[in-house]
Design a protein around this ligand. Structure first.
Ligand SMILES: NC(=O)c1ccc[n+]([C@@H]2O[C@H](COP(=O)([O-])OP(=O)(O)OC[C@H]3O[C@@H](n4cnc5c(N)ncnc54)[C@H](OP(=O)(O)O)[C@@H]3O)[C@@H](O)[C@H]2O)c1
Length: 266
């Protein structure tokens, strides 16, 4: 029997792609919910809910799920979530699996790992700047992905992003402090999503970047997680949990392989 998916944000750009991809991959779309529907409709006769909507709708879904003790797994792609939403997610994930990813691209998961690794390798004297570019319609800033990348850098330095993030620069600004993580936001054209993390020293710089060419990658990524999340126990899961089986075998032997280059006789 096909897995049944309810879509929150079904009339939106991402919702449309989720429905298209789900049907292509042999899933059933059980409910399509937008601002015209009751949130309770999401939970009718379904195996999993995929949410690409807006923070208010996500909050309503989480409240309904928690208050009615629903055990239907939730895949949340909506970004710009408030602290209230995050608190609700912490409650909901005690009774059902919740998958939360501000970016459903598998490559972003690799970027996140690279950023963390570079953060560990370089000293805090390297200034970190995160730049993101999105289409003119994007409602939240910085993007959820930029914040996630910032969290990885902060974590690699045993810091909390709240303490080191610099979001505002306008007029006369305080001098940059060592360890600050600066964010720059561009909103223009139809750009799907670009992220760059730069580690800038006095004499050199490393920048790591990712560009999404089509929103379909996010829909494909979200639908890939469906079969996986319905098999999980209650808890909070991220893209890192999903990709770890793919990444760990490679990363585990990486340093042995890399340093064995020394022994190669030319
Ligand atoms: N995680 C990722 O990989 C990823 C990738 C791309 C985008 N996103 C995020 O996904 C979200 C949606 O993006 P989008 O480009 O698809 O936006 P969009 O085209 O504006 O669509 C928004 C959807 O949310 C629905 N909605 C708005 N208010 C609602 C309410 N109160 N109750 C129920 N539904 C409501 C809209 O329904 P109506 O038509 O009835 O208003 C519409 O279906 C954004 O937060 C975006 O940042 C995440």
């Amino acid at each position: 029997m096909a897995i049944k998916i309810s879509v929150l944000g079904s009339t939106g750009t991402m919702g449309g792609l989720i429905i298209k991809t789900a049907l292509q991959e042999g899933f059933e779309v059980s409910n399509k919910v937008s601002s015209e529907n009751e949130i309770s409709e999401l939970f009718d006769n379904t195996d999993v809910i995929v949410d690409f909507s807006c923070p208010i709708a996500t909050k309503t879904m989480l409240e309904y799920s928690f208050q009615n003790k629903k055990r239907i797994p939730l895949i949340i792609g909506t970004t710009g979530l408030s602290d209230d939403c995050v608190d609700l997610i912490k409650l909901c994930c005690k009774q059902t699996p919740v998958f939360l990813a501000p970016n459903m691209s598998v490559l972003i998961s690799i970027l996140n790992l690279l950023v963390y690794a570079v953060g560990r390798l370089l000293e805090e004297t390297f200034d970190v700047e995160i730049t993101e570019t999105h289409h003119r319609f994007k409602k939240d800033a910085p993007s959820g992905t930029a914040l996630m990348l910032g969290q990885s850098v902060a974590k690699s330095r045993n810091k909390s992003l709240r303490d080191v993030a610099v979001f505002e620069r306008h007029g006369i600004i305080p001098q940059r402090q060592q360890g600050d993580i600066g964010f720059s936001v561009r909103r223009c054209g139809k750009i799907v999503g670009e992220h760059e993390v730069s580690f800038v020293g006095d004499y050199e710089e490393i920048s790591i970047s990712h560009k999404a060419f089509s929103k379909e990658i996010f829909a494909k990524g979200a639908i890939k997680t469906v079969k996986w999340i319905v098999a999980q126990t209650p808890g909070l899961y991220t893209m890192n949990n999903f990709t770890r089986d793919m990444i760990i075998p490679v990363v585990k032997d990486l340093y042995k392989e890399f340093f064995s280059f020394d022994k190669i006789q030319l």
